[in-house]
Design a protein around this ligand. Sequence first.
Ligand code: ADP
Ligand code: MG
Length: 384
Amino acid sequence: MGAQQVAERFAELYGAEPEGVWAAPGRVNLIGEHTDYNDGFVMPFALPHQAVAAVSRRDDGVLRLHSEDVEGGVVELRLDALAPGTDRKWTAYPAGVVWALREAGHEVTGADVHLSSTVPTGAGLSSSAALEVVIALALNDLYDLGLQRWKLARLCQRAENVYVGAPTGIMDQTASACCEQGHALFLDTRDLSQQQIPFDLVAEGLRLLVVDTQVKHAHSGGEYGKRRAGCEKGAALLGVDALRDIPYDGLDEALARLGDEEEVIRLVRHVVTEDERVERTVALLRAGDTRAIGPVLTEGHASLRDDFRISCPELDLVVDTALAAGALGARMTGGGFGGSAIVLAEAADVDTLTKAVEEAFAAADFKTPRIFEAVPSPGARRLS
Ligand code: ADP
Ligand code: MG
């Protein structure tokens, strides 16, 4: 939905023009999966899909929220009553951002918000971060808070971790806040240093397809916790702060020290090799060799499937079918057990690939996947 439409709807709902309209995108992670809670590297880029919010300030301690995409009317909350864990609905995301800002000592005295988003929810494309970041950026501008992008991302992560109660790393919010058009964001999740890496697919005759399998297997929450705990155990056994500290060329030696801890060995091997894959991807893109990242993506999928064991039949089918139909590379992206996969392909092969994946899903009696092209798009910004 465009800025104009969102502003008009705001005026209908609240009886006045908004002070401004902002946008924040969803993201897809090119490479670097399950590395963020190991202090490692990630490499997301912003999607053209975004949350758009029209916002005005209020000075009476009231927060009014409305989403075009959710049934029900305007929700009115009192700022002094905001408390973590009290809201189980969508409003917890924007309210959590206001709470996090205020808790960090920033003066926010209220707001009217109307928003609409084209980021699919629950597809591993970070609709939640888009929602948080668009609110944070709007309030940062309107209240003249002067917070830098990375800091806004931190506060949004805090909103999601503490207020909503969802354990997520820092990648999603940083991607939405900091990505740039035509680039992927190389982010070190330990010190939050970031570099924009040129990733102009279209100029090179390439496309990146996102295949949303439309499935989310029920055990995903618990399994995430188990992987995370397993990684922490690995770091403790190896005497490092985080698995990030195991150098790639010291991997064999580290695995030998883990003895018969089979489960931990697999997790450590994924995390350490995945960090190396991110670094290899960065080097290839810097050298202008975009096609060569295909096999790196595919290696990453094998590692997530065999060592980290968080893939599922639908994701494996996307990857296998795409590769057999001529894709340069493919892998699952996001937390796993469903959600989306990405496929890197020559522009000329997109139709064949799309058809092959759709047919394979029909033949397997899986839900029809949602397939779209992802162009590296701008991060959060003010629209009007
Ligand atoms: P993901 O971030 O992968 O899409 P999450 O479970 O983290 O999935 O976040 C999805 C939740 O974010 C939704 O259930 C809803 O509460 C909230 N959300 C996302 N987009 C919107 C929207 N347009 N309007 C209202 N709530 C939204
Ligand atoms: Mg999310």
